[in-house]
Design a protein around this ligand. Structure first.
Ligand code: NAD
Length: 507
C-alpha cells in the first residue's frame, strides 16, 4: 500500500494552518486545534484552528465592512477575479487532485472531476458578471420606465460538507461573490486543507481583504454562530437533512435567507428493454463511485422482473472485481469512506438490512487486507430482494451500499422510486421513448437522467432536489443567482407630474 507522499502534504505549504479573516492569516482565539488525517492511511494532513464564536464574530465583522466597497465594484470586474481564480485552479488542478485523494479519499479521476467542476462553475459565474439579467417592462402609465435589477444581499455564511471539498464551495462562493456579497466560509472539519487552498487561491486571484474569509471548526461552535449571527443575511448549507432542519430553525429568529441542499436516496430504474451492459456501468459508477458518498449516489436499483436475475448477477460480478485502495493509486476503483463514524454507520446498515430480511449478495464487511486496516474501507455491498419499505431502501446510508428492488412494470417502478422522503436525483434505463417521457414527467426529483446513472450534473443547469432534499432553492446555473440576490423593482417617472398607478389608468 502506498504511503502518503510527503510532497503532497507540502502542497499545503505548512502543516499548521490558520483562519483567514479580513485578508490576514490569524490563529483562533481559542488557541485550540484539530488534526486532519487521511482516511486511507490515518496520516496527518495538517493541524487546523478549532475556532470559536469569537472568531466567527471577527470574520463576520470583516465581511460586513468589506461588503460596502465590494458591492460597488462593477460586476464585470468581480467576474474578472473569478476568471483569474478559475485559471489558478486550472494551474493547480493536479496538486489539488492529489491533495483531495489524500485528505478526502476519492480516487484521482473523481478528485480531478471535483476540481474541474469548480473551474467550470467559476467560469460560468464569471460570465454572469456581464449578464445578471433583470427585466425592463412597459409601464401602465405614459412617460414612465420600469425595470427590475438584482442586488447583493450582504454577508453570506457558506457551510459545506467534505464529499465535494472544492466543487461545493465553488457552487456557493462563486455566485455569492459575483453578485456582490461577501462570504464567511466554514468547510467541513474532515477536509479543512482543501478549504484552505480554495481560499488561498482566491486571495492570489486578487480578491480584496474581507471579501472571503475562512473559519475552521465544527458545526456546533463555528457553524452555529454563523447561522445565528445577526449580521449574516444568507446561510447556504449543504449537508444532512438533520443539520438542515437545525440550521433552518436556528436561522428563523433572524428571518435569514436559508438555502439548503440536503440528502438523497436516489434510484436507478432498469426496465426489461434496457441496454443491460450500459445499465450495469451506470449503476456501478453511481452506487460505488466516491465510495457511495455522493448526495446523488444510487442507493436503490429498481429492476423490472424480466431482467432482474441477469442484472443482479452482472452487478455482483463487477462489484466483486473492484479494487479497494488509496485514492491516489492508479488502479484503485473504490477509495476509503471518510472516517470511522461513517464506516460504523455503513456497517450498521448492513446489519439492519440482514435483520430486515434483505439478501446480502456481496460485500457487507469492512476491508482490512493488504494494509487497508490503516484506513476506513468498506466492500461494495449489494442487497437483493429488498422491500421498498425496508430501512436500507428508505434511509440515506452514504456508503458503497445499494439495494435491488424487483418490480413488475414501469408504473410500479415510478411509484417505488417516488416512495421516499427525499427527491434529489433519479434515472431510468429504457429504449422506449414513451416510458422515458413518462419518467421525466412523473419522477419526483430535482434531476432525472435517461440512460445514464444518477450522477453527472453540469454547472449550467439547476442542481438540487424536491421534498426533504432541500427547501426549494437550487444551486448552479441561473437558479443560483436567486439565492444570492434580491430583486429590486425600479420605477422612473419622467412625466413631470404625479401619476398614480391603478388610479390614473382607469378609463
Ligand atoms: P453534515 O450535515 O454533518 O455537515 C455539513 C456541514 O454542516 C459541515 O460543515 C458541518 O460542520 C456543518 N454543521 C453541522 N451541524 C451544524 C449546525 N448545527 N449548524 C451549522 N452548521 C453545522 O453533513 P456531512 O456529513 O458533512 O455531508 C454529508 C451529507 O451532505 C449527506 O446527507 C449528503 O447527502 C449531503 N450532501 C448533499 C448535497 C446536495 O447538493 N444535496 C451534496 C453533497 C452532500
Amino acid at each position: 500500500m502506498a504511503q502518503l507522499d510527503s510532497s503532497s502534504v507540502a502542497l499545503t505549504g505548512t502543516k499548521t494552518f490558520q483562519n483567514y479573516i479580513g485578508g490576514e492569516w490569524v490563529d483562533s482565539a481559542s488557541g485550540e486545534t484539530f488534526e486532519s488525517t487521511s482516511p486511507a492511511t490515518g496520516e496527518s494532513i495538517g493541524i487546523f484552528p478549532k475556532s470559536t464564536a469569537e472568531d466567527v464574530d471577527r470574520a463576520v465583522a470583516a465581511a460586513k465592512a468589506a461588503v460596502e466597497e465590494w458591492r460597488l465594484v462593477p460586476a464585470p470586474q468581480r467576474g474578472e477575479i473569478l476568471y483569474r481564480f478559475a485559471n489558478l485552479l486550472t494551474e493547480e488542478k493536479d496538486d489539488l487532485t492529489d491533495l483531495m485523494s489524500h485528505e478526502m479519499g476519492k480516487v484521482k479521476a473523481e478528485a480531478g472531476g471535483d476540481v474541474q467542476e469548480a473551474i467550470d462553475m467559476s467560469l460560468y459565474m464569471a460570465g454572469e458578471g456581464r449578464r445578471m439579467f433583470g427585466q425592463t417592462t412597459p409601464s401602465e402609465l405614459r412617460d414612465k420606465f420600469n425595470m427590475s435589477v438584482r442586488q447583493p444581499i450582504g454577508v453570506v455564511g457558506a457551510i459545506t460538507p467534505w464529499n465535494f471539498p472544492i466543487a461545493i464551495p465553488s457552487w456557493k462562493i462563486a455566485p455569492a461573490l459575483v453578485c456582490g456579497n461577501t462570504v464567511v466560509f466554514k468547510p467541513a472539519t474532515d477536509t479543512p486543507a482543501l478549504g484552505e487552498r480554495f481560499v488561498e487561491l482566491f486571495a492570489d486571484a486578487g480578491l480584496p481583504a474581507g471579501v472571503l474569509n475562512i473559519v475552521h471548526g465544527g458545526g456546533g461552535a463555528v457553524g452555529d454562530r454563523l447561522v445565528k449571527h445577526p449580521d449574516v443575511r444568507v446561510i447556504t448549507l449543504t449537508g444532512s437533512r438533520e443539520t438542515g432542519v437545525e440550521v433552518m430553525r436556528n436561522a428563523a429568529d433572524g428571518l435569514k435567507h436559508v438555502h439548503l441542499e440536503l440528502g438523497g436516496k436516489n434510484a436507478i430504474i432498469v426496465l426489461d428493454d434496457a441496454d443491460l451492459e450500459l445499465a450495469v456501468e451506470g449503476i456501478v459508477w453511481s452506487a460505488f463511485g466516491t465510495s457511495g458518498q455522493r448526495c446523488t449516489a444510487a442507493s436503490r436499483v429498481i429492476v423490472q422482473d424480466g431482467v432482474y436475475e441477469q442484472l443482479q448477477s452482472k452487478l455482483v460480478a463487477v462489484a466483486e472485481k473492484m479494487r479497494l485502495g488509496p485514492g491516489w493509486e492508479d488502479d484503485t476503483d473504490v477509495g476509503p469512506v471518510i472516517n470511522k463514524r461513517a464506516l460504523e454507520k455503513i456497517h450498521s446498515y448492513t446489519e439492519i438490512g440482514k435483520g430486515e430480511g434483505a439478501k446480502l449478495l456481496t460485500g457487507g464487511e469492512v476491508a482490512t487486507d493488504d494494509g487497508l486496516d490503516k484506513g476506513f474501507f468498506y466492500r461494495p455491498t449489494i442487497f437483493g430482494d429488498v422491500d421498498p419499505q425496508m430501512r436500507v431502501a428508505q434511509e440515506e446510508i452514504f456508503g458503497p451500499t445499494t439495494a435491488l428492488i424487483r418490480v413488475k412494470d414501469v408504473d410500479e417502478a415510478i411509484r417505488v422510486s417516488n416512495g421516499i422522503n427525499y427527491g434529489l436525483s433519479s434515472s431510468i434505463f429504457t429504449r422506449d421513448v414513451n416510458k422515458a417521457f413518462r419518467a421525466m414527467r412523473d419522477l419526483e426529483a430535482g434531476i432525472t437522467y435517461i440512460n445514464a446513472g444518477t450522477i453527472g450534473a453540469e454547472v449550467h443547469l439547476p442542481f438540487g432536489g424536491t421534498k426533504d432534499t432541500g427547501n426549494g432553492h437550487r444551486e448552479a446555473g441561473q437558479a443560483a443567482l436567486d439565492v444570492f440576490t434580491e430583486w429590486k423593482s425600479i420605477y422612473v417617472d419622467y412625466s413631470g407630474k404625479l401619476q398614480k398607478a391603478q388610479i390614473d389608468t382607469a378609463s
